[in-house]
Design a protein around this ligand. Structure first.
Ligand code: GRF
Length: 214
């Protein structure tokens, strides 16, 4: 039985596209069941529709509780084995994270554009340059009740000190880190799917960390 995943986006969905392309090419042994977004105008939704992937818009205009209720119903009716946040700009409530972990037994993972636990939150590339970090990069982590705080599954890094010598800008750095994300996220999901399909991953989700880590 192949792992079933879903992806939540807010914008361009380039990570979602990288994951989907890795599924199409056979690198990820999983099925992408649906893509959800808090933003009905998200460009990533257009990609999903072009590729016949079911989409779901979350009604955050009616408040977080209503949006999360719709997401919980979707998970209940279209069960998945992994929820991947990919450029999803909303903070999930602790109740929702706990319901996923304890009731639906669905791990939630996220990709963040920094080497956590450094630079939690927004504007990571500007901050990395301003604070002159020697290294920078991206992290895939389990989502828990706090922001950018769950157990780290995998990271890719680059030598920022070297790039600062070459006067890299925040925009150029964002592009380089995004390219690393497009490699890291599919690798982590492929490893999860491989172990899940082999029956080697026992949930609840905190156990996922035991099996996935590059
Ligand atoms: C990017 O800045 C990425 O670093 C972060 O979310 C933003 C949008 O990603 N994960 P995507 O293109 O929507 O996947």
């Amino acid at each position: 039985m192949k792992a079933k995943i879903a992806i939540a986006i807010s914008g361009g969905g380039s990570n979602m596209q990288a994951i989907h392309q890795a599924i199409i090419s056979g690198k990820i042994a999983a099925d992408l069941l649906w893509v959800s977004s808090d933003n009905p105008q998200a460009k990533g939704l257009a990609y999903a529709r072009q590729h016949m992937i079911p989409t779901l818009t979350l009604p955050y205009d009616k408040g977080r509780a209503e949006a999360e209720k719709i997401l919980q119903q979707q998970i209940a009716h279209q069960p998945i084995d992994l929820l991947c946040l990919a450029g999803f700009m909303r903070l999930l409530s602790p109740d929702f994270v706990r319901a996923c972990r304890d009731q639906y037994r669905v791990p939630i993972i996220n990709i963040h554009p920094s080497l956590l636990p450094k630079l939690k939150g927004l504007n990571t590339h500007v901050r990395a340059l301003q604070e002159q970090h020697a290294e920078h990069g991206c992290t895939v982590h389990l989502v828990n009740e706090a922001l950018d705080d769950g157990p780290i599954l995998a990271q890719y890094s680059l030598n920022l000190a070297e790039k600062m010598q070459e006067n890299i800008t925040a925009d150029m750095l964002a592009g380089e880190v995004l390219a690393l994300e497009h490699q890291l996220y599919p690798r982590v999901i492929a490893e999860f799917a491989e172990k899940f399909n082999a029956g080697k991953i026992d949930l609840p989700s905190q156990n996922v960390k035991k099996y996935v880590g590059i």
